[in-house]
Design a protein. Sequence first.
Length: 121
Amino acid sequence: MKTVLIVDDNELVRKSLAASLITNEVRVETAANGKEGLQKAEEFHPDLLITDVHMPEMDGLQMIDAIRQHEWGVKIPVIVMTVDEGTESINKALEAGITVYLSKNTVDPSGVADQIKIALG
């Protein structure tokens, strides 16, 4: 069974993504900020991380950097979903080793689903 960790400070985003992913083959864990996300990642070693960038406590990029410090976290695919479309934010995310950068302003649910399927293999 694959584990997907969704980290977003918007409860509606977490719930809608989780509802679309839950199957017999996918376990979904959620967190409301980067600090909580890091704790859950350390506990569950997810097969895929979906995260926002701007969150309280610890932002998504700081969380990704912390996860990448662990041997188990080096190769986890990461999908960033954020409203921040700025070049600086995109570049920082790419430097953190993300797999896909999606804009919440323009991405459609089927596009997210496609990216998740690709990332999970």
